[in-house]
Write a protein that binds this ligand. Structure first.
Ligand code: NAP
Length: 350
């Protein structure tokens, strides 16, 4: 378990939160992106203003993009729209449907499909874009009975990464190797009262099927914040776990706060809470600019391993206690804990 957290000033939290609404201008834009011929990117859950723009921009630069969305009809219409918009692209676009991350058993078969599509070629870029702030009214709880925000934001990227590692950590094209874990300013709201990885285990993660006391859970905003803390720890832990190969292949694993954006993320929140946020937010394409800064900018090197990139293209420290967690080994213990929790789904080999 982690060391108890030392008292710290809350003033920087306000400063960082405020910064999200008045960020500096993006300076790394599509005209600066390299041509991505023969490069392959995997974008998970791009059915959003952020993710769909990421897919479009990569495809427009001749990248081979493999995207994964919830349904086959969505996959088909997305593909039709994007290929029509960029008929000149020399890249390829494969969109896999039937993917609902509220069921963890679906991830391995999707990765098998990706392996078949790759046909031995390496993956260059992985963007973990899935995110949920609150279970939608239209959706059921996770098939495995796990708290849904935690499952989608933490367990899904780590489980995907488990099966994508052998496809990514390959030597055949090492000119660009990036993993982007998507966090957010909500890392500031993670809740410091829980000193075990900032998490209230007893009420947050316990499987509902084991009758955990869900009434005592922290608010969905606090859980969302905890998961965004977790994404920052995952970026650094993944690189450390594979350190030898990561250094050899010059892979870079970072977390991005895409910006405060008018996307569908807040669709099931009260109007009174989401409206003021959207009034001061930017269009989703700005989130794509920041994710693609992390994925493509030549400014990033292995020196930036585990960095936190805020809008736009700006390196920042996460909140103070999280910074400590990135130094005292907590991040690695967090990674190992999640490895234990996804073990039931990582038993099969590809
Ligand atoms: N918007 C912001 O202000 C903001 C700020 C900081 C960080 N972020 C992060 O940025 C990322 C992109 O978010 P966004 O703003 O573009 O929000 P969004 O429109 O809600 O996108 C989230 C993505 O996750 C997918 N997703 C959610 N539940 C899923 C499920 N059960 N199965 C499969 N896919 C599922 C969504 O697909 P469906 O639409 O098909 O459900 C969507 O593609 C997220 O990681 C979010 O946490 C956003």
């Amino acid at each position: 378990m982690t060391e108890p957290i030392a008292p710290f000033s809350k003033i920087p939290l306000f400063k960082d939160f405020y910064y999200g609404f008045i960020p500096n201008k993006p300076f790394y834009l599509p005209e600066h992106y390299p041509n991505l011929t023969n490069k392959t990117a995997i974008v998970i859950s791009p059915n959003s203003a952020v993710g769909s723009n990421v897919v479009k921009l990569l495809f427009s630069k001749d990248c081979n993009v493999i995207a994964i969305v919830k349904s086959q009809s969505l996959a088909d219409s997305m593909k039709k729209k994007i290929t029509k918009e960029y008929p000149q692209s020399n890249g390829s676009l494969t969109i896999i449907g039937m993917f609902d991350v509220l069921d963890l058993t679906l991830i391995k078969p999707i990765c098998d499909k990706i392996k078949t599509i790759l046909n031995g070629k390496a993956v260059n870029i992985i963007i973990h874009n899935s995110g949920l702030t609150k279970l939608r009214k239209s959706e059921k709880e996770s098939k495995q009975g796990i708290e849904s925000v935690f499952q989608i934001n933490i367990m899904v990227p780590q489980l995907f990464q488990h099966y994508l590692d052998p496809l990514f950590l390959k030597r055949d094209d090492v000119s660009l190797k990036r993993i982007v874990w998507v966090s957010g300013s909500s890392q500031l709201l993670g809740g410091s009262e829980y000193d075990n990885f900032f998490i209230d285990y007893d009420h947050t993660f316990d499987n509902h099927k084991n009758n955990s006391n869900t009434q005592k859970r922290p608010s969905s905003l606090t859980i969302y914040g905890q998961t965004k803390d977790g994404n920052i720890m995952q970026a650094k832990a993944w690189a450390e776990k594979h350190q030898k190969l990561v250094n050899k292949l010059e892979c870079v694993s970072v977390t991005v706060y895409p910006g405060n954006l008018t996307t569908d993320l807040h669709r099931d929140h009260d109007w009174l809470k989401s409206k003021p946020f959207s009034l001061f937010s930017k269009d989703g394409i700005y989130g794509a600019y920041n994710e693609l800064y992390a994925a493509l900018s030549p400014q990033l090197t292995t020196e930036n391993q585990g960095s936190y990139i805020v809008p736009f293209g700006h390196f920042e420290k996460p909140r103070e206690e999280l910074e400590t967690a990135l130094e005292d080994g907590t991040y690695m213990r967090f990674w190992n804990l999640i490895e234990d929790w996804i073990r039931d789904f990582t038993k099969e080999t590809m």
